[in-house]
Design a protein. Structure first.
Length: 155
């Protein structure tokens, strides 16, 4: 009898635990596509340049000395050449465990650059974090409009 009760309690605990504790899977690495310069790491000299959580285009007019770039996974850093590149930021608040799909597309017919971020987050992770989502792209001409899109997918 004791053995049956103990076995029943263990099975109940397992079932309750497996139903209430949903597994969360997000990609281990972020993905990038489109116009984003691959193998680049952006370093901002201070955090929260986009603290108001509004997307931004950094083309050297504001904060010209706040960014460094690495093309060798962080082994060396150089000043960002704003004559050749633009930094885009698409900030968002997400749950603490998340992966990001970042894409930048260029529409030369309508002079539009579109930067979209899709974040897949774990609902079970309740702590919220702020991510600026910087990407490096070839210099954006001044007559282009940059549009920002975001999507958060709970997992």
């Amino acid at each position: 009898m004791k053995r049956t009760l103990l076995l029943g309690a263990l099975v109940s605990a397992f079932l309750i635990g497996s139903v209430s504790c949903k597994k969360c899977t997000v990609a281990e690495e972020d993905t990038i596509s489109g116009e984003i310069v691959t193998n680049s790491v952006i370093y901002a000299s201070s955090g929260y340049l986009t603290e108001s959580v509004s997307p931004d285009v950094f083309n050297g007019q504001q904060y010209p000395d706040r960014f460094e770039i690495s093309f060798d996974e962080g082994l060396s850093r150089i000043a960002l050449d704003f004559n050749s590149y633009t930094v885009l930021a698409n900030p968002m608040r997400v749950n603490c465990k998340a992966s990001f799909e970042k894409s930048v597309t260029r529409d030369d017919v309508n002079n539009i650059i579109r930067y979209k971020v899709i974040a897949t987050t774990c609902e079970s992770c309740k702590e919220v974090r702020f991510v600026e989502n910087y990407v490096l792209v070839p210099k954006i001409p001044s007559n282009y409009t940059v549009l920002f899109e975001q999507e958060i997918i709970p997992s």
